[in-house]
Design a protein around this ligand. Structure first.
Ligand SMILES: NC(=O)c1ccc[n+]([C@@H]2O[C@H](COP(=O)([O-])OP(=O)(O)OC[C@H]3O[C@@H](n4cnc5c(N)ncnc54)[C@H](O)[C@@H]3O)[C@@H](O)[C@H]2O)c1
Length: 322
């Protein structure tokens, strides 16, 4: 199969490395309005793709089966929709879309057209975090009080410098994937604020998010892009869970971060391999992104809450299995 990669910024290297390691997908086109970024990516990995500035241009230059959407979050819906409307499978970086109606529209369109739609959820699928989830499920009984801090330093801010509410749209969505594995009751209400903290770094911003759940559980999150400091965490964050007679905490071990082997590749690479497996699955094409709609419902409510400065009910995710 052949792919067009749309967006050639920081995360594109990770995807190219993973797709090259997998070997089943040929990178036939690279599209980015920043042609220097596209050409630098091709040079780094000795690729010989067609170069384009937009998805449309890429599709005119190369025949592809799948679009890999690596654009900034506020472009995700439009790029993924255009690709699906062209009859192409879509693998996209998170978030699937910025609101639930757009995400549902993509899921419905993929279903209708019999196309794969898969979204990256590497933090919610981190093996260390899943082991922590198992500890919580075995040892604790809901309701839970869960807290997480993700204070992240970036080598370069990229799109985040101009993205509205960058922490909520880009970073908190990892935490939404993660907390949904810990607390399985439906979320009911979100309160979110995000405040630029330009005195730390030009793109710095800090968000606080509180989520209430139907079983009484509570999640409090503090996420931020910060100047490099002792407080920094990785994007997995540091987590605490308390329940009656139970407490547990988790932080990914920095020593393990780069300790990946061929037998145990990093979570994002395993997610990409699973997506490529699904592309090659005969019969009904799955829409794994449907399983991520719960995170987009939380994101939708968080963005509305930040804009309105009040608590917002979490929109109900309709049953999209049939
Ligand atoms: N899963 C993870 O752990 C993880 C980590 C980092 C980033 N991401 C996600 O990856 C995506 C990209 O992030 P990044 O860090 O690479 O950002 P970046 O700013 O470094 O790169 C984005 C690139 O997209 C290009 N672009 C913008 N609009 C475009 C369009 N319409 N068509 C084609 N290209 C366009 C920009 O010119 C830029 O080169 C974001 O959605 C982000 O949330 C995920």
């Amino acid at each position: 199969m052949k792919a067009a990669l749309i967006g050639c910024g920081a995360i594109a290297s990770r995807w190219v490395r993973s797709l090259l390691a997998d070997g089943r997908i040929e990178i036939a086109a690279l599209a980015d309005p920043d042609q220097q970024a596209a050409r630098a990516l091709a040079d780094r990995y000795e690729l010989t793709p067609a170069f384009a500035t937009t998805l449309d241009e890429a599709l005119a230059l190369a025949q592809v089966d799948v679009v890999v959407n690596l654009t900034p979050p506020d472009h995700h819906y439009r790029v993924s929709r255009e690709a699906l409307a062209h009859g192409l499978h879509v693998l996209t970086e998170k978030p699937l879309a910025l609101n639930l109606p757009d995400a549902l529209d993509l899921v419905h369109l993929a279903r209708e057209r019999g196309l794969l739609l898969a979204v990256m959820q590497n933090r919610g699928a981190d093996p260390g975090f899943l082991a922590f989830r198992d500890t919580v499920r075995l040892g604790g009984r809901p309701p839970f009080a869960v807290a997480a801090d993700a204070l992240v330093t970036l080598p370069g801010p990229g799109f985040r410098r101009s993205q509205h509410l960058p922490v909520t749209t880009d970073l908190a969505v990892h935490a939404f994937d993660q907390v949904r594995t810990l607390i399985t009751a439906p979320p009911t209400e979100v309160t979110c604020t995000e405040t630029p903290t330009g005195f730390l770094a030009s793109h710095s911003s800090i968000a606080t998010i509180t989520v209430r759940f139907a079983d009484g559980s509570l999640f409090t999150y503090r996420g931020g892009y910060i100047f490099d400091s002792l407080l920094r965490t990785d994007a997995n964050g540091n987590w605490w869970v308390e329940a009656r007679g139970f407490a547990a905490r988790w932080a990914s071990n920095p020593a393990d971060r780069h300790k990946t082997t061929e037998a145990e590749p990093p979570a994002y690479q395993r997610r990409i391999t699973a997506m490529v497996d699904a592309l090659h699955q005969p019969g009904i094409v799955p829409v794994p992104a449907a399983g991520n709609l719960g995170s987009i419902a939380l994101l939708d409510a968080a963005l509305q809450s930040a804009a309105s400065r009040r608590s917002v009910p979490v929109p109900e995710v309709p049953d999209v299995r049939s």
